[in-house]
Design a protein around this ligand. Structure first.
Ligand code: G3P
Ligand code: MG
Length: 267
């Protein structure tokens, strides 16, 4: 069992890594199988976001609502479901939506719903690694239910060795450690508001710290790396900034653009 989790732990402790943020989202609709497929050979791992349907299925989706990345607003029978919260739709309803045509209206290319189960199968089939970011679903579900549903998919697909779990809702990471103790976790932050950061991360039992670009600085990165944490920074699309961050010791960046120039600066 320990061997399994060591696979992602080994990867995340290297430096100069590029993660495909929501898949290759600059060239395909984010968080779809097409976006995952387009990132093959162009990244060190993929990052996706997941949430739960009303009936508890784990789906790949960034927003709390469906309007931006699906055709939900065009379907008359869903009009009474405004503002189209993901957690107000069951899996059968979600399966009827198109997740592709918003991205390029002229292409007319449709994309099916991507479930976490299918994403994990894809990762195994293609010998890849994935960071599963659990979106804050606390308005709709108990923490235990959310983490339990995600954990079940990871266990059922046998993908433990290929997954890093992260969340802005740190309670999920505590829950995850109780049931998936061999799967590494990362605390997501936006801003520098956390006091006693090292003590806080130790208490959370995470292996990594993920932060936004504006809040990543050399002193903090050095402190975290010396304390044994992996550091990831989102969202970086500039080769110049990638170079600076890798020089600071940042392990990985999350990028929309899988340009070779970003990798070139890996030390
Ligand atoms: O996990 C890194 C990054 O994806 C966090 O921001 O809003 O793109 O999920 P967001
Ligand atoms: Mg994300």
């Amino acid at each position: 069992m320990i061997e399994w989790c060591m696979k992602f732990l080994e990867l995340m402790n290297k430096t100069g890594l590029v993660a495909a943020h929501r898949g290759a989202r600059s060239i395909a609709p984010e968080n779809t199988l097409s976006a995952l497929t387009k990132s093959i050979g162009k990244c060190d791992f993929i990052e996706i976001d997941v949430g739960l349907s009303r009936d508890g299925a784990v789906i790949v989706m960034h927003d709390d609502t469906l309007q931006r990345t699906t055709n939900v607003a065009q379907i008359d029978s869903f009009r009474d479901k405004k503002p189209y919260r993901v957690c107000d739709f069951n899996i059968d309803e979600l399966s009827k939506l198109d997740y592709g045509s918003w991205f390029d209206a002229n292409s007319g290319r449709k994309e099916p719903l991507l479930t976490l189960k299918r994403a994990l199968e894809f990762i195994k089939e293609n010998n890849m690694f994935i960071n599963v970011e659990i979106k804050d679903m606390s308005n709709c579900f108990e923490d235990k239910m959310v983490v339990g549903a995600v954990a079940k998919e990871i266990e059922d697909t046998g993908a433990q060795e290929r997954v890093l779990l992260s969340s802005f809702r740190h309670e999920y990471l505590r829950e995850a450690k109780k049931i998936l103790f061999n799967v590494p976790t990362a605390a997501l932050f936006e801003g520098n508001a956390q006091d006693n950061l090292l003590e806080y991360l130790k208490d959370l039992e995470v292996e990594a710290y993920h932060v936004d670009d504006a809040s990543a600085d050399e002193k903090k990165v050095k402190m975290l790396r010396e304390a044994g944490y992996a550091v990831g920074v989102y969202t970086i699309n500039s080769a110049k900034r990638a170079k600076e961050l890798f020089a600071m010791g940042v392990n990985y960046i999350f990028s929309d653009s899988l340009d070779k120039k970003l990798k070139k600066y890996a030390l």
